[in-house]
Each structure stands twice: as C-alpha cells, then as structure tokens.
Design a protein around this ligand. Structure first.
Ligand code: AQP
Length: 339
C-alpha cells in the first residue's frame, strides 16, 4: 500500500486586489488542506492579460498575490508556489489543447458571456478572453491534478478541462488525469456586499462591493455597515433572492467561524441587522489580522518572495515539462534535438 498524496492545483489571477470571496472560495481551503495533498499553487498572471491591463500593475500584483498566498498560511514544505508565466509549458500546452477544443464549448462559458458583455462589440473583446479556459485546462492537466480547489464560479471551467482531457485521451491515448472540482464547505460563492445578486469580484469600480484582504479595520467595518440587506427584519439563512444580502452576511460569518447554521441563527435571534453587520465585520477584521501582519512582514523583505517564486518555478517545471513532452510525442511532433 502506498501513501502517495493526491495532487491538487489552483491559482488566482493578479487582476486586482484579492477579496474575501477569493479567500473563502480558494485560498482558505488551500491552507486548511495543505498537509493532505501534493499541492501546486500558482499566480495565474497569463490569465490577467485577457482584458486590458497596466504592465507595472501586473508585475506588482503578481508579487502581492504570491505574498498573500504565504501570508494566508501556505507552507513551502507542503505547497509549491510559483508564477504561471515562469513555466513556459503552460502556454505551449494551451496551444496544443486549443487545437482540439470546439469553439462552441468556449462560447458556452458563463464567465466569457459575463465578461465579454462588459466590452460590448466583438472588436473590443480579446481572443484571449474566449480562449483562457483552455489555458486554465493546460494549467491543471500539466500537473496531472486530481483535485482543483476553487470557488463555485469555476465549476464550469473544470468541467471543460475534463472534456478537453477526455477528447485528448480518446484521440491520442491516455495522457491526462481527469480532475475534479473541490469546493469549500462554506463560502464557495460570496456575493457582493452592495449587489448581493452578483458574486463578489475583483474587477468592480464600486467602493462598497468587496472586502479586500488588505483593507484596514475601519474600511472593513464601513463596508459591512453599508452592506445591502432587506426589509424583512429576520436573521436566518435563506435561498430567497430577496433575502440574499442577509444570507450573504450569514454565509461570510459561518465561513469565518465554522459555526453551524442553527447556532448562528440562535445567536442572532431577536437581534437587528445593525448588530449582525457589526458582529460579521468584527469577525472578519479579527480573522484577517494574522494574515495582514504576516503579509507586511513578508513584503518587508522583497527579495524573499522572488526567491520563493524562483524555486517554485523550478520544481513546477520538472512536472510540467514531463507532461508536455508526453503530450507532444502523442500528438506526433518530431522530437527536437535542441532543448
Ligand atoms: N465571490 C467569490 N466567492 C467565492 N470564491 C470566489 N472566487 C472568485 N470570486 C469568488 C474564487 O477565487 C479564485 C480566484 O479567482 P480568479 O482570480 O481566478 O478569477 P475570478 O473567479 O474571475 O475572480 P474575481 O475575483 O471575480 O476576479 P476578476 O474580477 O478579475 O474576474 C477562484 O477559485 C474563484 O472560484
């Protein structure tokens, strides 16, 4: 009997400030389960250029996101942390997979529909925005990941990854492991505080939409105090879209405290929305304090993060290059004498 750990891979785009949705949907479960898995976590910078971007900001945010991975508690003896673009195999496998991916599959992706709708005319939409789920499939398949810990919004992309892997395996022979989605028990879909009908997102202009991991306590409290609720005056979990604001606050509270729904509803019995907002805000402030402190320590030594990322890329490339070589061979490319 072997004790081989299952492989996991996930990543976050350095496309803005990370928020508590990214933390609860992805980062927290990476940290909570890191000892159980052989883990690869990358900063997916190539995904962040699928919409217009600022080069200096991309570079700064890439380091910031990597530092947040470590500040949240990822330990390097359990997790390989690296930058996606530092491992060239990602872009090469993405091209190979693009050539077996049906256009119809990509047009059906909800994230493409939502994000492209913001740009209106086709001429304003980059082809990368349509194709990036294929790059995401390459990210996952290169590492033969069995599980992909992500928020609920990414489920469709993981299903697409499986479809692409199945088509490749059926056409060219068994090459890729089929990955499964791993959602957290709570917090898989955190909604915007000002728009509880829409998921909390990095790319929004509203000041009251998202609580960022590096927000100060005052700002966090202000955002929770102004969170949209309803006029029912009842504090309980509910799937009713009209009660989505209160449900979202309770979900955030549950994800940070791990209390049961029944205990939480009992705790707020007879209390008003003001008390709920204060309690959730204070819980988030306290929960983020260790992460924020560690982030500031880590970034005090800028060279450290770059060194971690260099070592991570080296380790990741060992795995990724092997899978890419297998895929190239199976597709019939003439082996190169130049390496
Ligand atoms: N609101 C959310 N609730 C729970 N999980 C979430 N995630 C994102 N939003 C929520 C999870 O965070 C991880 C990283 O996401 P991403 O950066 O790859 O892109 P995204 O899903 O498109 O996230 P954002 O924050 O909305 O970014 P932008 O605005 O740049 O597109 C994923 O695991 C995701 O599920």
């Amino acid at each position: 009997m072997t004790n081989k750990k299952s492989r996991v891979l996930s990543g976050i785009q350095p496309s803005g400030d990370l928020h508590i949705g990214n933390y609860l949907g992805a980062l927290k479960q990476w940290v909570d389960h890191q000892k159980e898995f052989d883990a690869f976590y990358c900063v997916v910078d190539l995904h962040a250029i699928t919409v217009p971007h600022d080069p200096a900001e991309l570079c700064a945010k890439t380091r910031e996101v990597a530092a947040l991975y470590l500040a949240a508690g990822l330990e390097l003896e359990h997790a390989t942390v690296f930058v996606q673009s530092h491992v060239r195999a990602h872009t090469e496998l993405a091209w190979l997979l693009n050539c077996i991916t049906s256009l119809g599959w990509l047009y059906r992706m909800t994230q493409f529909k939502d994000k492209s709708a913001k740009y209106g005319a086709d001429d304003a939409i980059f082809a990368g925005l349509l194709n990036y789920p294929v790059l995401q499939a390459a990210d996952i398949l290169l590492y033969q990941a069995e599980f992909v810990p992500v928020g609920e919004d990414q489920r469709q992309h993981i299903e697409l990854t499986r479809d692409i892997a199945i088509r490749f395996n059926n056409t060219f022979g068994e090459t890729f492991t089929l990955p499964e989605v791993m959602n957290p028990p709570q917090g898989a879909k955190i909604m915007g505080l000002d728009t509880p009908g829409a998921k909390m997102s990095k790319s929004t202009d509203s000041q009251l939409h998202a609580v960022y991991l590096l927000d100060t306590p005052d700002v966090i409290m202000k955002k929770f105090k102004r969170a949209v609720t309803d006029s029912f005056g009842e504090i309980r979990f509910s799937d009713d879209p009209e009660r989505a604001g209160v449900n979202n606050l309770l979900t955030i509270y549950q994800a940070f405290t791990s209390k049961s729904k029944a205990d939480i509803e009992a705790e707020f019995e007879g209390k008003g929305y003001g008390a709920l907002k204060t309690q959730v805000g204070e819980t988030v402030v306290e929960s983020l304090k260790p992460l924020q402190q560690r982030y500031h320590e880590l970034t005090g030594d800028q060279g450290y993060i770059d060194q971690v990322l260099a070592q991570g890329a080296e380790k990741a490339a060992l795995v990724a290059d092997k899978t890419l070589a297998d895929a190239r061979e199976r597709m019939g490319f003439l082996p190169s004498k130049h390496t």
